[in-house]
Design a binder for this molecule. Structure first.
Ligand code: 5GP
Ligand code: ZN
Length: 115
């Protein structure tokens, strides 16, 4: 997608601090972190949201995204204190960038319910 900032980050046309990359998945630090650790995990392929994942992509991409999260949890030393993984989907979910992404948040105690 021409106008998608996350596609541009995935193609390295826009700079970001990349912390993980595999064939299908890339992770980078959020430009406006809301926790000491705030990483976004996305597929390289432009998929607008969780709603748009087809059955095949659900089978292939979701496990890869969670493998990436596992690796980051290990690498960033987050296992012991815990962390939160968030996907915002659509308007009510609070999604602001229309390229599916999972937030990995850690480094402080989170509250519940979300605002
Ligand atoms: P959403 O609200 O859609 O779930 O999350 C979008 C996230 O993308 C926000 O946390 C926002 O700070 C982050 N973001 C928006 N633009 C950029 C950017 O250009 N670079 C990076 N690294 N993060 C971005
Ligand atoms: Zn995109």
């Amino acid at each position: 997608m021409d106008n998608c900032i996350f596609c541009k980050i995935a193609k390295k046309e826009l700079s970001s601090e990349i912390v993980f990359e595999s064939k299908n998945v890339i992770a980078f630090r959020d430009v406006a972190p809301v926790a000491p650790t705030h990483i976004l995990v996305i597929p390289h392929k432009h998929i607008a949201s969780l709603n748009e994942l087809n059955t095949e992509q659900r089978k292939i991409l979701l496990p890869e995204i969670f493998e990436c999260i596992d690796e980051l949890v290990e690498k960033e030393g987050l296992k012991e204190d815990g962390y939160r993984v968030v996907n915002n989907c659509g308007e009510n979910g609070g999604q602001t960038v229309d390229h599916i992404h999972f937030h990995l948040l850690a480094g402080r105690a989170m509250q519940w319910p979300p605002g």
